[in-house]
Design a protein. Structure first.
Length: 200
């Protein structure tokens, strides 16, 4: 990085950490604990961006001289927001919904940091919130495939109940857009944001 500032990732997701690391972006992890329930009448994009913002702003006060990145990934099908499954039955419901259809994956990202320059006052800074959308096509799944997949445990902490980089890759026939976005973080967008704010 061109500055001595560190990137703080406000997420416990090992997938997001790995995506950043693979792109040569070093980060320190400080997960944010926020309620991820969608607001009443909230669109998926607004929800993803709001949650990313809440995560970044929750962590930033502890690191006022660093860059803090918040992110939230949501799967949407026909207007229904699919977060992480509550239990195995919820995971099965989500996978049945996605089976044989096209869905959207939206990741909201929020970068918060101090104004550039060594004279920037504590408490002053920038907040940049954006999102990326990718279209994903999933082939039809049998009930047995869904049961077997849930038994692996992979769906349980993933938005929409599947991991594109895991076992579920066998059912993904097409994606339109940023692959890393579906994994959990649109790396090209994050890099662009960091570059615009002097973070790289």
């Amino acid at each position: 990085m061109g500055t001595a500032r560190t990137l703080i990732l406000a997420s416990a997701s090992p997938r997001r950490q790995e995506l950043l690391r693979n792109a040569g972006i070093t980060c320190t992890v400080h997960p944010a604990d926020v309620d991820e329930t969608p607001g009443k009448g909230e669109t998926a994009q607004v929800c993803a961006e709001r949650l990313a913002q809440e995560k970044a702003l929750t962590v930033f006060p502890g690191y006022p001289r660093e860059y803090v990145l918040g992110a939230d990934t949501i799967v949407v099908i026909e207007g229904e927001i699919l977060g992480k499954p509550r239990d195995q039955a919820d995971a099965a419901r989500m996978l049945q919904l996605l089976s044989g259809r096209v869905h959207h994956v939206i990741t909201g990202v929020c970068l918060v940091g101090p104004n550039s320059g060594s004279e920037s006052r504590e408490g002053s800074g920038f907040q940049d919130t954006r999102s990326e959308t990718t279209l994903v096509t999933m082939s039809e799944l049998s009930d047995q495939e869904i049961r077997d997949y849930i038994a692996t445990g992979e769906p349980m902490d993933k938005a929409g109940g599947y991991a594109i980089q895991g076992v579920a890759s066998r059912w993904i026939t097409r994606i339109e857009g940023d692959y890393s976005n579906v994994v959990g973080l649109p790396v090209a967008l994050v890099y662009r944001m960091l570059r615009e704010h002097g973070g790289v």
